[in-house]
Ligand binder design. Structure first.
Ligand code: HEM
Length: 202
């Protein structure tokens, strides 16, 4: 995540996606931190609300039969259930859906969204260490940040290798990149919504 805005276009699709999402990622990282999610369990619970909302909007993509032909373990990668269990651990209600979820994306768009969701498991390695300080773990309250079966690095490498090997038209390429940026915009909306809907934290 160190590409500069003037860098040349990398040859691998995953690296190009990294490049176009570098600025949105930095902004989101700062926004997450601004909400001090690791200060109290109540603050962290709002972060989990955002994660749950984001993951639940992607359930149809993770379970898409055509995408599973490309990424056989895709359904197992979904973290909506883990985030829902975290909400229960944190005595937090399952939030109502928020209007504006991704709807019926093309395959290239879906892969852009999934790139962001899967990539977020890398940052989760840092986040779970902080969650431990709140008495949480990958079996209680911070399940959705846990290490995926087979390991984070391996899961990410397999995902990007597959993504990088797909034939895309120029239009699909652009659509995937736009979708990845849209995914960051969407997470930002959900994060703001999650904290705004917690009056006790206002
Ligand atoms: C919804 C999407 C995402 C969210 C909410 C998110 C959030 C975060 C946060 C808050 C950190 C800071 C952790 C810390 O310093 O304690 C972080 C770090 C990181 N994230 Fe993300 N992230 C997302 C997507 C991605 C994607 C798509 C990738 C890779 C393609 C990625 C790769 C990383 C990496 C490698 C780090 C470690 C530090 C760094 O190199 O910046 N994240 N993420």
């Amino acid at each position: 995540m160190t590409a500069s805005p003037t860098a040349e276009r990398p040859s691998l699709r995953s690296q190009r996606l990294n490049q176009v999402t570098h600025a949105p990622h930095s902004k989101l990282d700062a926004l997450v931190k601004a909400h001090a999610p690791f200060e109290t369990q109540a603050n962290f619970a709002r972060f989990v609300v955002a994660q749950y909302l984001f993951q639940s909007e992607l359930v149809a993509l993770y379970n898409d039969a055509e995408l599973i032909k490309i990424i056989p373990d895709l359904a197992d990668r979904c973290r909506a259930d883990a985030a829902k269990l975290d909400l229960a651990d944190l005595d937090t209600e399952v939030p109502a859906p928020v209007a504006g979820a991704v709807n019926n994306p093309t395959q290239a768009e879906a892969l852009g969204w999934l790139f962001v969701s899967e990539g977020s498991k890398l940052g989760a390695a840092f986040l779970i260490k902080r969650a431990v300080g709140l008495g949480l773990s990958e079996t209680f309250g911070a399940r959705h940040l846990g290490e995926p079966a087979g390991g984070r690095a391996d899961g990410w490498k397999r995902f990007t290798r597959t993504l990088d090997g797909l034939e895309f038209s120029a239009e699909e390429e652009a659509a995937a990149e736009k979708a990845a940026v849209d995914a960051f915009v969407r997470f930002t909306v959900l994060l703001e919504q999650a904290y705004a809907s917690a009056p006790e934290l206002a």
